[in-house]
Design a protein around this ligand. Structure first.
Ligand SMILES: [Ca+2]
Length: 210
């Protein structure tokens, strides 16, 4: 689809001699205004080109986190952390399956949450199970997804998901399309944990959308 948008944009550019494309940017030579580069040209509104690709393309919604609050304004939180280093909450969003999050080693209502940089449309959700120590005995089998648009809102239930059992360390055990979810904050409540002590643990949560 991206290629089609580029071709359409180039054809539009040829039809409108006053406009020059520079990569995905369109420069309106009449006004001297540079539009983009936040997306790919999709349609014209009068003489103005509207960039909408950023609302169409599915991208990873989270950067590689390096602490529970870095980079800002993203914030990762958890009901508990086994420790604040190797098994910290942000390890579920560091874009490395080899590093993961673990709750404390006891039964309880374990959860993870992330605050995104803005209200986003979530279109896909994937879970990578952990790689580290004793992975065959520590993985998530069920979780409930909640969402809200502001920290002052109540969490709203969105759905329940059942990742498969991993057959190798770090396996992606859930990769599913999501429709109808717009939120700035997402919360994962782990209601099924295949663990030896009631804890919850995983390698990575990947949220895609726009
Ligand atoms: Ca990770």
């Amino acid at each position: 689809m991206k290629r089609l948008f580029i071709i359409a944009a180039l054809l539009s550019a040829l039809a409108c001699a006053a406009d020059v494309f520079l990569g995905t940017q369109r420069i309106n030579t009449d006004s001297g205004i540079t539009l983009g580069p936040q997306g790919i040209a999709k349609r014209y509104l009068g003489t103005q080109l509207i960039f909408e690709a950023s609302a169409e393309e599915e991208v990873l919604l989270t950067p590689a986190m390096t602490s529970n609050t870095t980079p800002a304004p993203f914030v990762v939180a958890a009901s508990s952390q086994f420790n604040a280093s190797d098994w910290a909450a942000w390890r579920a969003f560091d874009q490395q399956a080899v590093n993961g999050w673990s709750s404390v080693l006891s039964a309880g209502t374990h959860w993870l949450s992330i605050r995104l940089d803005a209200v986003r449309t979530v279109t896909r959700l994937a879970i990578d199970q952990r790689v580290e120590y004793n992975w065959p005995n520590y993985y998530v089998t069920e979780f409930e997804l909640y969402y809200r648009n502001s920290s002052t809102d109540e969490w709203a239930y969105f759905g329940t998901y059942n990742p498969a059992a991993p057959v190798a360390a770090g396996d992606t055990t859930l990769d599913t399309a999501i429709t109808g979810l717009q939120a700035q904050e997402l919360k994962f409540v782990f209601t099924g944990n295949h663990t030896q002590n009631g804890s919850a643990s995983l390698g990575e949560i990947r949220l895609y959308g726009h």
